[in-house]
Design a protein around this ligand. Structure first.
Ligand SMILES: CSCCC(=O)C(=O)COP(=O)(O)O
Ligand SMILES: [Mg+2]
Length: 230
């Protein structure tokens, strides 16, 4: 492997469990979204994302109630909408601040991120969650405040995670050739896209998931199994 200088990691299913996102964060946002939109719907940033929601759905004239219904459907469908993710992030902020939950981290993740930083690697996040949501996630993690370990965050405003161009943009933004970057994810289509852009890949397949017969990316059962060559 060429020298790896930067690691870009996904969150859900990679650093953290899918069930924390689906069973804790999503229901928290779902329950509070109608009141949040009613209370904060006139704030410019919230207004912007409500407008983007309607635009994404192709709705020309949508009432606030229509948009709320749509967003609730999208939460149930786990739609990776940039607008939904931005609004969810704003709602989650209160839950973290109140101590209602802390972000799940697989047990080895924090120590391994620290090792990589100590080895001089730069760490980044690329997730469908909005950048503010990612920052909260690592700041209020079960393993303490991990946010100082990261040099930057990318969300779907950079582009969809299943498109190669998004990984080229990330490489450019962090000032590295794709060949010096390792992208970690649990989703093979994201890894395919990263590989098409020339980025190295690591496929996190955690127990009890079965290993594929002939995986098209290097497979790791956890972060301890990853040794980026530097
Ligand atoms: C940033 S925390 C919330 C994660 C989230 O909403 C999500 O959709 C996770 O997607 P990922 O790209 O990290 O698999
Ligand atoms: Mg994932």
């Amino acid at each position: 492997m060429t020298e790896i200088r930067a690691i870009v990691t996904d969150i859900e299913g990679t650093t953290s469990s899918i069930s924390f996102v689906r069973d804790v964060l999503f229901p928290y946002a779902r329950k509070r979204l109608p009141a949040f939109v009613e209370t904060h719907g006139n704030q410019p940033e919230v207004q912007h994302w409500l407008h983007e929601t309607a635009r994404e759905a192709g709705l020309v004239e949508a009432s606030r109630q229509d948009i709320i219904e749509l967003l609730l459907q999208w939460i149930d469908q786990d739609r990776k909408s940039t607008a939904l993710k931005a609004l969810q992030g704003m709602i989650w902020k209160d839950g973290y601040a109140a101590g209602d939950y802390r972000a799940h981290m697989y047990p080895e993740v924090a120590a391994r991120l620290r090792d990589w930083r100590a080895d001089g690697l730069r760490l980044y996040v690329y997730s469908s969650g909005s950048v503010p949501a990612q920052q909260l996630f690592f700041r209020y993690s079960e393993a303490g405040d991990l946010s100082p370990l990261f040099a930057g965050y990318f969300d779907t405003e950079t582009g969809p995670k299943r498109e190669a161009e998004s990984y080229r943009r990330i490489a450019e933004a962090i000032g590295e050739q794709p060949a010096h970057i390792l992208f970690l994810s649990d989703i093979v289509e994201e890894l395919d896209a990263a590989q098409s852009a020339g980025v190295h890949t690591g496929w996190l397949i955690r127990e009890p998931q079965a290993l594929p017969d002939s995986p098209r990316h290097p497979v790791f059962s956890d972060f301890n199994a990853i040794t980026p060559s530097t």
